[in-house]
Design a protein around this ligand. Structure first.
Ligand code: C5P
Length: 227
């Protein structure tokens, strides 16, 4: 009954962390497992959508029926996402990836050596990465009709999510509390707030697979009203 609800609709999903190299053997990363994004890609495909998943490094198996491109860094993820959008107009883009906000200013060609000075901090300068969600939200002329961001917050979740919605120019934000003790980042469950321009829905704590199914159904409802 629900199986073809998203037939004919195409989705771009970003997922996972990014790895930002410092030198040939070290990188900066975060605790994202990619599980929420992979589950969402699978749920969208289950409803008949055409899904392209752009994934950072994860230990997950690619969902059946989904086209996956892999990358490591935020800049690679941006290029894959933007190229995919130009090549293939998407109806929606869902940015679940935990993209590193900063990367090392310099990627050293050789392994960085210790200075031998225990009293000195390491000389580690960081520069900002491109914001993929903001770029997709501002895209012209290929902006997807619906651009959805995720917002992992450790405090004031609703206020920060509202500010993010405005700042990034996306249509919806799925916000979650990843504060200490929540076990959300990298864990099996998620508890989210779905925020649109004029609505806020608090969902109960659910498995990431169940959050994905509900979100896919919510997207199908939105597309059936929009058309
Ligand atoms: O600003 P913040 O990182 O909290 O925003 C989270 C949202 O923005 C997520 O949807 C994430 O995928 C997206 N994002 C992005 N590129 C970045 C940083 C965040 O697409 N460089």
């Amino acid at each position: 009954r629900q199986a073809g609800r998203l037939a004919g609709k195409s989705f771009l999903v970003t997922a996972g962390p990014t790895h930002e190299p410092l030198d040939p053997v070290r990188y900066l990363a975060n605790r994202s497992s990619g599980r929420q994004g992979y589950a969402l890609a699978e749920s969208l495909a289950d409803l008949g959508a055409d899904v392209t998943l752009v994934s950072g490094p994860t230990g997950l198996r690619a969902p059946a029926g989904v086209t996956v491109s892999f990358c490591e860094t935020a800049r690679q993820m941006r290029d894959l996402a933007l190229n995919a959008v130009q090549a293939h107009r998407f109806d929606a883009a869902i940015c679940t990836a935990a993209v590193a906000d900063w990367r090392p200013a310099v990627m050293q060609d050789q392994k960085i050596k210790k200075t031998g000075r225990d009293d000195q901090p390491a000389p580690l300068a960081l520069i900002p990465n491109p914001d993929i969600l903001a770029e997709l939200s501002e895209l012209s002329p290929f902006r997807p009709s619906l651009v959805v961001g995720f917002a992992a917050e450790t405090e004031k979740v609703e206020a920060h999510a509202r500010a993010k919605l405005e700042r990034k120019g996306c249509n919806w934000i799925v916000a979650n509390d990843v504060g200490a003790g929540s076990d959300v980042m990298g864990g099996p469950d998620n508890q989210v707030i779905l925020m649109t321009q004029d609505t806020v829905e608090h969902w109960p704590r659910l498995s990431k697979e169940e959050v994905a199914r509900r979100l896919a159904m919510t997207l199908a409802d939105w597309f059936s009203k929009a058309n």
